[in-house]
Design a protein around this ligand. Structure first.
Ligand code: FMN
Length: 396
């Protein structure tokens, strides 16, 4: 049966941009849906194989540690990592080619994402029966070598965070604004801070600081979208069609946009040129969904953002907080537009407006914000995002 939707209504529902034409969803699109796999199991393709591989315990020893590392949170799903494995050792290298360009001029996000991978490596090692010895930047002169993890056999320690590794997904759906996080959950997040150089700041969305975070984030998103270079560098990592997702196995996807399943399947049937400008869709989603529905925002701050080991620690902290959230049934989504615009202002020598907002929210001039997020109870669970497999990230 043919169903007719005005394109404005459809795009409004999905968060894609609105314009006036009419779209007929009929046989042609259904054919395309089969081609794209959107009527079948969307998550059955090779891009999602690393999640299945981890669950099934396909890899052993050092390779299993890598199999966990690649499931970590990372900026724009750029997966900026490479690994070298030995019998009882894994070395993590930055892959500088997978940088975000003008979005991340000081590689703050890249280093945070590498810190997330380190946390998964340490957790996985313990869960798999090794005592990990983690050395961050063991040879400072070798800038690309981020961490060396030496493994000594020990009793397996399947912690709550270890078990949460394959369940942790960024949730971009609406959250229940009126449902506040209990104090015990907030304390559990606070307990993840492990370094005196790192702080976690939680902001009630209704507070002055929470309101500032939301307003400044929407403003920063508008600035980002209006910035041709940042938009270009962001679109480079945007994947829409399923065949693209399964070919590249990286990037930010329509699948992970937080849409209801029926809307998502419709969106996947549409060619990229019909879904409109992803920048405008992102701005609308940030304003109307991400910021408006969140009951709480969070910041991670460090004493010295120029010290990459502090950024690794901040990344490890984010990964722990997100894994802790899985066990607590709490959804999370990083929101870093404000930090990205602060970096952009600095790179271009502009007045540090975004940095001033961030300083007000932290309220402690010994610390600088390097990461932001929202948290709450989501209206639907988040799906996995694509990953390149272990073999694609190994170096000799
Ligand atoms: C440093 C860093 C910055 C991020 N910034 C954002 C962001 O601003 N908005 C967002 O939706 N996700 C952000 N993310 C989440 C990533 O996009 C996400 O981790 C990646 O796409 C992989 O998906 P997964 O977390 O579901 O495995 C960020 C993650 C990291 C580590």
């Amino acid at each position: 049966m043919a169903e007719t939707l005005t394109r404005r209504r459809f795009l409004g529902k999905t968060g894609f941009i609105a314009c006036g034409a009419t779209v007929v969803v009929a046989g042609g699109l259904a054919g395309r849906a089969w081609e794209q796999g959107s009527l079948g199991n969307i998550y059955g393709g090779p891009a999602f194989e690393p999640w299945r591989a981890w669950r099934s315990g396909r890899h052993r020893g050092s390779l299993a540690v890598v199999a966990a590392a690649i499931l970590a949170s990372n900026p724009h799903n750029s997966q900026p990592w490479l690994y070298r494995v030995g019998e009882r050792r894994v070395e993590l290298f930055a892959d500088p080619a997978r940088n975000l360009g003008t979005i991340d001029p000081f590689r703050r996000e890249m280093h945070l994402g590498l810190g997330c991978a380190v946390e998964n490596m340490a957790l996985a090692a313990r869960g798999l029966g090794y005592r990990p010895h983690v050395a961050l930047r063991p040879h400072p002169a070798h800038g690309a070598l981020i961490a060396r993890v030496d493994l000594t056999e020990s009793a397996p320690e399947a912690s709550v965070h270890f078990r949460a590794i394959p369940e942790r997904h960024t949730n971009r759906a609406a959250y229940e604004r009126g449902r506040l996080l209990p104090r015990v959950v907030l304390s559990a997040f606070g307990a993840q801070v492990a370094s005196p150089d790192t702080r976690l700041i939680l902001l009630d969305a209704a507070s002055a600081e929470g309101t500032l975070f939301a307003e400044a984030t929407v403003h920063a998103t508008r600035q980002f979208v209006a910035d041709a270079e940042m938009s270009r560098d962001s679109h480079r990592w945007f994947r829409h069609a399923l065949d693209e997702v399964n070919r590249y196995r990286d990037g930010v996807t329509t699948l992970a946009a937080g849409l209801p399943e029926s809307t998502l399947r419709l969106a996947l049937m549409m060619p990229r040129r019909l879904i409109g400008d992803p920048g405008q869709a992102w701005l609308a989603a940030t304003r109307d969904r991400h910021c408006r529905t969140a009951p709480m925002f969070g910041l991670i701050a460090v004493r010295n953002p120029a010290d990459v080991t502090q950024l690794f620690e901040a990344g490890r902290l984010w990964q722990r907080v997100h894994l802790e959230a899985v066990g607590q049934g709490v959804a999370m989504q990083p929101l870093n537009q404000l930090m990205e615009i602060a970096d952009r202002e600095r790179a271009l020598g502009r007045s540090p407006e975004a940095a001033r907002h961030l300083a007000r929210m932290v309220g402690d001039d010994r610390f600088r914000t390097v990461f932001g997020f929202r948290c709450g109870y989501a209206v639907r669970p988040a799906p996995p995002s694509p990953r390149r497999g272990v073999n694609a990230v190994l170096i000799a």
